[in-house]
Design a protein around this ligand. Sequence first.
Ligand code: ZN
Length: 389
Amino acid sequence: MPSYDLLIKNGHVIDAANGIDAVMDLGIAGRVVAGVAKDIPESNGRRIIDASGMYVTPGLIDMHAHCTGFAGAMFPEEMCFPYGVTTMVDCGGSGWRTFDQFNKDVVNKSQVRVFALLNIVGQGMQGDVEQDINDMDPELTAEKIRQRSDVLVGVKVAHFSGTGWESIDRGVEAARLSGTFVLVDQNAKPTRTFADMLDRLRPGDGTTHCFGYGKPMIGNDGKVKEYYIEARKRGIKFDVGHGNNSFSFSMAQPALDQGFPPDTISTDMHRMSLHTSRATMTEVMSKFLAMGMPMAEVVARSTWEAAKWINHTEIGTLTPGASADVTILEYQDRPAGLSDSGPTGYRIMQAGGRLVNQLTIKDGVVRFDYDGLSKDDWSETPSTDLDLP
Ligand SMILES: [Zn+2]
């Protein structure tokens, strides 16, 4: 009797949680990872997937994407499975007033594992309401997070155009009260500098869009600013959040060259960023590869680092017993023009290739199979009665 329902053979397994970066085989039994070892015999697998020449990784975790709260939000399945993502974090689309509806309409219906950051604004990310200071309630936000800690992993603060600290301070307070973290998307203002903002965050809190054009990470001298380096030493985290407007090679390349990588690689995916800057998970990962980040590190920052940040270390790993969320990625070795985002005019980095997602497995079920690696040939189609009336 085969021990495994699916046996993935000959892939280059990268599992940061267990320090694995080598060609190995991976067996899945039911909904869980059941074995990772060299040379597991084919007779142990009910179905064999040949991943020769490809990478086998934990299901990717997109730390910043959008499946509710504004016109560009997409369904989790369409934005995740084709690009190897099995877990996404909705980044502040809902607030404490709107979470239940979002949970009913989207989270409960999704085959993708959806976590969420709760917006400090009770109404969530719905246009003008984001500016309503009176709807930024730390206690009620924290209460909802405590109630629904199965889905809610932290707090989001974003897009507040006022001059003061209300949104940020209340976001930090809600995170403190709920024992979670806050992720901030705020531009610098004369009254609200980035250095002061980073000072107000606690270890485990962070900012997204870290390589956005116009974000203050790189100074006029081309160097990563000292207060960023100090903030990281204190435990402040930096997320990519690529999006349509928030990633520039001119920021990211010098930061990487100077040893300042992002903690997490994420897409900020929505309808606009999908088609303009092609902010899919595999494409954003490809950009970091093209800038010289080693593949094992690209994968770690797209899986295990995110899992640790959101305090869900049961995912993002291939440890036997973990949910069988597994992604097979192929590096396609042909010239690729990789685009950054809107404010630069979508500038291109020419790369030697790009990552393409071949196969997405969530909880042991194949959800996306680009070249049919897990499927049978059409010539084996069973005969059917064609003499229909
Ligand atoms: Zn976003």
